[in-house]
Design a protein around this ligand. Structure first.
Ligand code: ATP
Ligand code: FE2
Length: 328
């Protein structure tokens, strides 16, 4: 039977309906786009409250299902922005009560791993999760997913968005920087900020803005920012692979849409004799299908939560939750 999943951690409100054979039966999404500056959590949450009921309808219509044919309601419990998470959780609780179906809490980061894992057919890959708010290298070990390395300050996507907005552009910055970078020729000096398995971006933001103030060509700046930061991500991914003696990597998060990042990670993994898989872009970015699919896995492992105990967890860590379907 199908599980309906609701995603609302940050910019994207999305509803997915996924079968127990991992078939995506319906998926409907709508992204909040700030008119200027970065995300306003309250405005984004209002967007999600307005959009989610219609998205549920569209996803169910696409799936050609009646509520009685849905086995459970899964929702993103965290991590994410409180008001945004609350909007999704409220809709999930309403459906759970109205349709009399169990509620399944899902960790958003784990959902990125699980959708990439099922699509790739890889059994135990490492995930490089590069999105707006998150930058982590994640792997499974002894009952849970663990964060092997991560950003020490802001997420890579937020870094790209902030930089682009400071340069006079609008959200989202990642795709605009990617387009600019295609014409870049010269590698400008930027700090390369890897600390063991971790990375940091705020110093690079300051340095890039200083280069801009000194008249650096926009295309060269975009190119240098991409090459420097994606090399950092590739390096920590390789270090994690070497430590774990593994050779498979999957990508997730909006920044994993980036062609240069995909190529750099693929080149590194293939040089080690391994395999790299990146989901289609619609499933790299935040989406309800990954929540529904992880909900399927969790439901089969008996993970459900009563409505009264279904509080959101804005700071939920990847390794705070169990992944009993992996050990089963
Ligand atoms: P979360 O951090 O909770 O996953 P999010 O709102 O950042 O949420 P995503 O959809 O995963 O959601 O990612 C959006 C980010 O991806 C934005 O920062 C955007 O600039 C970046 N992005 C999208 N496409 C590209 C691209 N082609 N190259 C680089 N960055 C990109
Ligand atoms: Fe995400």
């Amino acid at each position: 039977m199908a599980v309906l999943g609701i995603e609302s951690t940050a910019h994207t409100a999305s509803v997915g309906v996924v079968s127990d054979a991992a078939e995506i039966l319906g998926l409907a999404s709508d992204m909040y786009r700030p008119t200027k500056g970065g995300i306003h959590p309250r405005e984004a949450a209002n967007h999600h409250v307005e959009q989610l009921p219609g998205l549920v309808e569209r996803a169910m219509e696409a799936a050609h299902l009646r509520p009685a044919e849905v086995e459970a309601i899964a929702f993103s419990q965290g991590p994410g922005l409180g008001p945004c998470l609350r909007a999704g959780a409220t809709v999930a609780r309403m459906l759970s009560l109205a349709w009399d179906r169990p509620l399944v809490p899902v960790n958003h980061c784990v959902a990125h791993v699980e959708i990439a894992r099922i699509l790739s057919g890889l059994d135990d890959p490492l995930l490089l999760y590069a999105s707006g708010g998150n930058t982590q290298v994640i792997a499974y070990a002894r009952g849970r997913y663990r964060v092997l390395g991560e950003t020490l300050d802001i997420g890579i996507g937020n870094f790209l968005d902030k930089l682009w907005i400071e340069l006079g552009g609008t959200f989202p910055g990642g795709p605009a920087i990617e387009a600019e970078a295609k014409n870049g020729r010269q590698l400008l000096p930027l700090p390369y900020s890897v600390h063991g398995m971790d990375v940091a971006f705020s110093g690079i933001l300051t340095a890039a803005l200083a280069l801009d103030a000194r008249g650096a060509a926009r295309a060269d700046l975009a190119y240098s920012v991409e090459v420097t930061t994606y090399a950092m991500l590739t390096e920590i991914t390789e270090r994690a692979l070497a430590h774990r003696r593994r050779d498979t990597v999957v990508l997730g998060g909006g920044v994993a849409c980036n062609e240069r990042l995909r190529t750099m990670v693929r080149t590194m993994v293939e040089a080690r004799g391994g395999t790299m898989f990146a989901p289609p872009r619609s499933l790299c970015v935040d989406n309800g299908a990954m929540i529904a699919w992880t909900g399927q896995l969790a439901l089969r492992a008996g993970v459900t939560v009563p409505v009264e105990a279904s509080a959101i967890e804005p700071r939920q860590r990847t390794d705070q939750v169990l992944a009993p379907w992996r050990s089963a």
